[in-house]
Design a protein around this ligand. Sequence first.
Ligand code: SAH
Length: 259
Amino acid sequence: MNETIETIVAAPVFEPGHVWLAGAGPGHPRYLTLEVADAIGKADVIVHDALVSDGVLSLATTAELVFVGKRGGKPSVAQDDITGLLIELARKGRRVLRLKGGDPFVFGRGGEEAEALARENIPFRILPGMTSALAALASANIPATMRGMSRAITLATGHAAGSPGDLDWKALAKTGEPIVVYMGVSTIGTIARLLIEGGLSPETPVAVLMAATTPDERSLTATLATVEAEVARQKFAAPALIVIGRIVSMQAVLSGGKP
Ligand code: SAH
C-alpha cells in the first residue's frame, strides 16, 4: 500500500479526554513532525509554552489556545497549576494538546507532566519533537558528532551552573567530548571557568546559537576564554544554545572556509 500523509497520521486517534504531550520543534513550523502538525488541527485545546513559535500556533485554526509560559518578566505559571489544568481539561472530555518547544522530554518537564497524568489515570501519549540543539547545530553547519573528533555528545542544562548539587562540569570537561548547553546564557561565565578548571583549553571553540530557525536567529563564535564577554557585547539572550568543543571548528570548513 502506498502511504500518504493522511494514512500516516490516521492512527492513533486523538480521543476526547486524552492528553497528547507534544514537541513543537525548534521554532519554524517546517520542523514539526507530521503527527504533531496533524494533532494541532485535531486538538480542542492547546496548552503551550513561550517557546512554541507564532508560526506553529498560526496552524491552530480551530483549537482554543492557552498560554502557560513565561513572558514579559511576569512569573511563569506554576508547574502544579499546569498539570492541574491538563487534568481538568481532560476530565471535561477535551482533546488536550500540551505543546512544548523542542522535544517534550528534553529539558521540557514532560516527564513530570506525564507522571502527574499517569497518577490521575488520564490517558496520554508522548509525541516527540526535534530538540532545539539538533536543529540549531544543523542550521549552524556544526555536525553533532564527527568521526575522528567526537564519540559522544552531552546535552546539559546550564540553569543551575555553579550551584550546590549541580552537574559536575569538571568531570564533563575530562571526557573531552562536545557539550551542548541549554539555558546557559546567564551562567556561561561560570560554566566556562569550571570547564577550564576541569582541563579544557581556554582556546576551545564555542558557538552560541540564538533563536535558531526563527526570524531572530543569530550566532556567534568565541572561545571558552572569550565567550562570556562576547555574549554580553553582542547582547545574546535566551533562547540560546552554547556548543563547546572541537566540532565547532567544522563550521568554518562546511561554510567554505578553513578550520
Ligand atoms: N524542550 C526544549 C528545551 C526547553 S529548555 C528542546 O527540546 O529544545 C529551553 C531552552 O532550550 C532555551 O533556554 C534554549 O537553551 C533552548 N532553545 C529552545 N529553542 C531554541 C531555539 N530555537 N534556539 C536556540 N535555543 C533554543
